[in-house]
Write a protein that binds this ligand. Structure first.
Ligand code: DQA
Length: 144
């Protein structure tokens, strides 16, 4: 199984960005942890990060036929992007929404996810573990 992890704006700053909210691990460290577990589960993961909404849309579109599952931390675009939502709906690759922080326990504007209704499910608030849980969910996506 091939799983594509897409990471949105400012997630390249993980490790130094508000560590009290997002933790002290860098995205590369999270990727290494996920990759180790993925090997044990017999799956293949690819990680990408972009600060650009359009690039994320392009990657979602290109995932069709190439990846079995998308894991998406759309970061701030979670709360604003009709374009990402439409791309997920159009492409039809099962998508799991992840967040490091608990978006429902933060500012009001973060409580609304525009992408949630087109995702299989949402994992939010477990820090790095959110990414690991998403992997478990992804490999079991057909067992729902
Ligand atoms: C985030 C939560 C978003 O509200 C925020 O804009 C982010 C990160 C998270 O992983 O907790 O950049 O998606």
């Amino acid at each position: 199984m091939k799983i594509l992890y897409l990471n949105g704006p400012n997630l390249n700053l993980l490790g130094q960005r508000q560590p009290e909210i997002y933790g002290r691990r860098t995205l590369a460290e999270i990727e290494a942890e996920v990759r180790k577990r993925a090997i044990k589960l017999g799956s293949e993961v690819e990680f990408r990060q972009s600060n650009s909404e359009g690039e994320l849309v392009n990657w979602i579109q290109a995932a069709k036929g190439r990846f079995d599952v998308l894991v998406l931390n759309a970061a701030a675009y979670t709360h604003t992007s009709v374009a990402l939502r439409d791309a997920i709906a159009a492409v039809g690759v099962p998508t799991i929404e992840v967040h490091l922080s608990n978006i429902t326990a933060r500012e009001k504007f973060r409580r609304k996810s525009l992408i949630a209704p087109v995702c299989v499910g949402q994992i939010t608030g477990f820090g790095t573990t959110s990414y690991m849980l998403a992997l478990e969910a992804a490999v079991n996506i057909n067992a729902r």
